[in-house]
Design a binder for this molecule. Structure first.
Ligand SMILES: Nc1ncnc2c1ncn2[C@@H]1O[C@H](COP(=O)(O)OP(=O)(O)OP(=O)(O)O)[C@@H](O)[C@H]1O
Length: 776
């Protein structure tokens, strides 16, 4: 194990050494600083082509320029992240093209501040951009949803921190700079180009008059605003780079001035000369200390002295040992959280994670995260691929453009995968089909589900999880045959059990009553609706528990997942319903007792009802409408009515809608007993039949169905009210309305509000008790 770790360590070191060569020494004011002679500046002016920014970009720039955003330092995070992406890209190309790195063999990011000219420069030896890419990448925003983002931004000053997530990170440079020059060189073009903008409506692109100075890569110069000069300070930059670049896999070098204590031998007669040539303050500080020692050791006085000098040079800011390659034992939660926020570009903390090393059939290291919040549009397909999984091979970033690496229902997880056994010399497409990758997928899915199962043991966290990703989990139970059982174990539903707002299916099963062979459930729009449903009352009264499936997806879930733990689901609003054997015998007796009534009712409702039967499920309601085992419940009917289903499959819809229903009657309800009386006494007259129809339609409503003909129902109810009040059934309301007159076309002409007012005043004036206008 240990030697494995050592090997690992060595191979990382090797990987880093390949790329961590110190950048060349720079001198303030040379090419690396302002960079252009007057002549060159003139040439750029003459040859530069002007381009308009896309409208969205201009809108965004305005927002950024006028923003009083407090943490404008994020611009550095965005630039470092772009630089790192650009190096990832060229490194990936170099795997198949050995010449790709030739132009600039050292892969790194360099940052330096030119205090004199107030310029901050960030450079990388990444892939660089061609002229066409410059125009596209730094002039337009391709990402969908940008307009919506800008709208919310303009309206309520949304969090500027989100800028990176919208693929517009580059433009954040205008938070701190009023002019930006981007110099870039890509292998596919001989020329090096200069992009320049002062954040107005346009930008210019010109060929670099200095020629190819970069070799390859991109250099971004920010001409800092006067209120942003803090970003030239070593200490500020050092702090920010440490904060934002901790997980960048390439060396980041900062040009700093470091204090160094140096020892030197002093010869008596040289001492004074030296003193003059160095900085006063430093010299005094340094020379004070040794003097004490000098008294003790007079003979060394002339020999050794130390002093502090300021040495400019490149300082390496990061260690680049990727977090996933480290031993989980030595990684704190805080580090995992920071890493997540950095690689997932999420400003929310992750909810949970698992860090593992897969061995055996396939070997890889991985960290799988569950985010704290569901990303926007989780269920809408905005891109063909999702960027939720980042694949590395031996720490080289390969791709995050996977076509469904994980099944859609797990699309919310974020993962880093670093494999050792994938071939690097194949295209990304071929790679996606590779057997090893298929094995990796399987492992990652299993780990993600294990993580969810573990999380389900933490009540608080799991509640958050379900409110964010509960629907995803149910989609999983519907779509993923192989993992359905595992997913079903963590599903939760509200139920009638002591007002429980969530129970697992296993817990439900453990509470099932003697002789109960299935898990009772009802679907509906809300817990309030279903718990008062006639279908639930009898069961709850008998002490049975009913699961409340109140999410739209639940109907589909029970269709695809017919049961769990050896028990089937049973929709209490559907099909036959029987309890124990005692109940059965009693039902048989009741059936005989109610035959007459059932026959009468059946003949009344023959066009709508397939069957009428004595109910075992009702207690307080007189009756209920039950769907056949293969028919739709009222809730399902409503869901289907809301679907654009009609166009897709009109025949199927009609088939279901025409399914006749079952009417169950409650043998203990006084209304039913009253009707039985009528049936037995041969007094089931037209009036009674009408009542039966109203009773049936009212029951339809109570059972969650909608009526086929609301007007007919209303007319029937009115008839009953009339006969109860003793009002003539045919008496009509006296219609006594004055028809509106045709407007006289001339009447209103020229009449304005002022003339109306005058008329009123004139009337008032004619009152003799009131003073006249003149008197006033
Ligand atoms: N240093 C760079 N080297 C090469 N290309 C770059 C560099 N910086 C930016 N780009 C190009 O410009 C594009 C736009 O950059 P921007 O930061 O605005 O968005 P993004 O990087 O695509 O999205 P995000 O900010 O979410 O990472 C990038 O996609 C990339 O193609």
């Amino acid at each position: 194990e240990e030697s494995g770790e050592q090997q690992e360590e060595d191979s990382i070191k090797q990987a880093v050494n390949e790329t961590s060569e110190t950048p060349k020494f720079i001198v303030q004011g040379d090419d690396n600083s302002y960079g252009f002679t007057e002549e060159e500046t003139e040439k750029i002016k003459v040859t530069g082509e002007k381009f308009e920014f896309q409208t969205e970009v201009s809108r965004l720039m305005k927002l950024i320029i006028n923003s009083l955003y407090k943490t404008r330092e994020i611009f550095l995070r965005e630039l470092i992240s772009n630089a790192s992406d650009a190096i990832d890209k060229i490194r990936f190309l170099s795997l198949t093209d050995p010449n790709a790195l030739e132009g600039a063999p050292t892969l790194n990011i360099t940052i330096w501040a030119d205090k004199q000219n107030k310029i901050l420069t960030i450079a990388d030896s990444g892939i660089g951009m061609t002229k066409k890419q410059l125009i596209e990448n730094l002039g337009t925003i391709a990402k969908s949803g940008t307009s919506e983002f800008l709208n919310t931004f303009e309206e309520n000053k949304a969090d500027m921190n989100l800028i990176g997530q919208f693929g517009v990170g580059f433009y954040s440079v205008f938070l701190v700079a009023d002019k930006v020059i981007v110099t870039t060189k890509n292998n596919n073009e001989d020329k090096q180009y200069i992009w320049e903008s002062s954040a107005v409506n346009d930008f210019t692109i010109a060929e670099d008059p200095r020629g190819n100075t970069l070799g390859r890569g991109t250099q971004i110069k920010l001409f800092l605003k006067d209120d942003a000069l803090e970003f030239l300070e070593d200490s500020t930059l050092r702090g920010l780079i440490l904060k934002y670049s901790e997980f960048i896999n390439f060396p980041i070098w900062l040009w700093t001035t470091q204090s160094q204590v140096v020892e030197y031998k002093e010869l008596d007669d040289d001492a004074d000369k030296k003193k003059e040539s160095t900085d006063d303050k430093k010299e005094n500080d340094d020379l004070d200390q040794p003097e004490v020692e000098d008294a003790d050791k007079p003979e060394e006085k002339k020999e050794r002295k130390t002093k502090t000098i300021e040495v400019p040079g490149w300082e390496l800011m990061n260690t680049q040992k990727p977090l996933w390659t480290r031993d989980p034992k030595n990684i704190t939660d805080f580090e995992y959280e920071k890493f997540y926020m950095s690689f997932a570009k999420d400003s929310n903390l992750p909810l949970a994670w698992t860090h593992f090393k897969a061995e055996g059939e396939v070997e890889f290291k991985s960290i799988v995260y569950i985010p704290g919040k569901a990303p926007e549009g989780l269920y809408q397909k905005v891109q063909d691929f999702s960027r939720n999984v980042k694949l590395f091979v031996k720490r080289v970033f390969i791709t995050d453009e996977f076509l469904d690496f994980v099944p859609k229902y797990l699309a919310f997880i974020r993962a880093i995968i670093d494999a050792d056994d994938l071939p690097l010399n194949v295209s990304r497409e071929t790679l996606q089909q590779h057997r090893t990758l298929q094995l990796i997928k399987k492992r990652v899915i299993k780990k993600a589900l294990d993580l969810i199962t573990d999380l389900s043991k933490d009540e608080e966290k799991f509640t958050t999880f379900l409110s964010e990703f509960g629907t995803s989990l149910k989609i999983g139970a519907i779509e993923d045959n192989k993992n359905r059982k595992k997913i079903a174990q963590v599903l939760r539903f509200p139920s009638s059990y002591e007002g429980s707002n969530s129970t697992t299916l296993d817990d439900y099963i453990s509470r099932m009553k003697k002789g109960q062979d299935s898990m009772y459930f009802i679907t509906g729009a809300s817990v309030e609706e279903v718990q008062n449903s006639p279908f639930v009352e009898g069961l709850v009264a008998r002490g049975y528990e009913v699961l409340y499936m109140v999410e739209p997806i639940d109907e589909m879930l029970v269709q695809h997942m017919p049961g769990h733990g050896g028990k089937m689901f049973k929709n209490v609003a559907k099909g036959e319903f029987k309890f124990g054997d005692d109940d059965l015998a009693e039902l048989e007796q009741l059936k005989t007792k109610f035959t007459k009534l059932i026959d009468e009712m059946q003949s009344t409702l023959s066009d709508q009802v397939e069957k009428i039967q004595v109910s075992a499920r009702l207690t307080t309601s007189p009756c209920a409408v039950v769907a056949t085992d293969w028919g739709w419940t009222g809730h399902m009917e409503k869901i289907m009515a809301a679907q654009p289903f009609k166009q897709e499959n009109p025949l199927l819809k009609e088939f279901y809608a025409k399914q006749k229903k079952i009417l169950e009657i409650n043998p203990n309800h006084p209304l039913i007993i009253g009707l039985l009386d009528k049936a037995e006494n041969e007094s089931f007259d037209a009036n009674t039949r009408e009542m039966v129809r109203v009773l049936y339609e009212t029951t339809l409503i109570r059972s969650g169905y909608s009526l086929k003909d609301n007007l007919k129902y209303a007319a029937r109810v009115e008839k009953i009210i009339r006969s109860n009040l003793g009002v003539d059934l045919n008496a009509e309301a006296e219609v006594n309305v004055t028809p509106a007159e045709e407007a006289d076309k001339d009447e209103n002409k020229g009449k304005t509000e002022t003339t109306d007012l005058f008329e009123e005043q004139d009337e008032e004036e004619s009152d003799p008790t009131k003073p006249t206008r003149d008197e006033l």
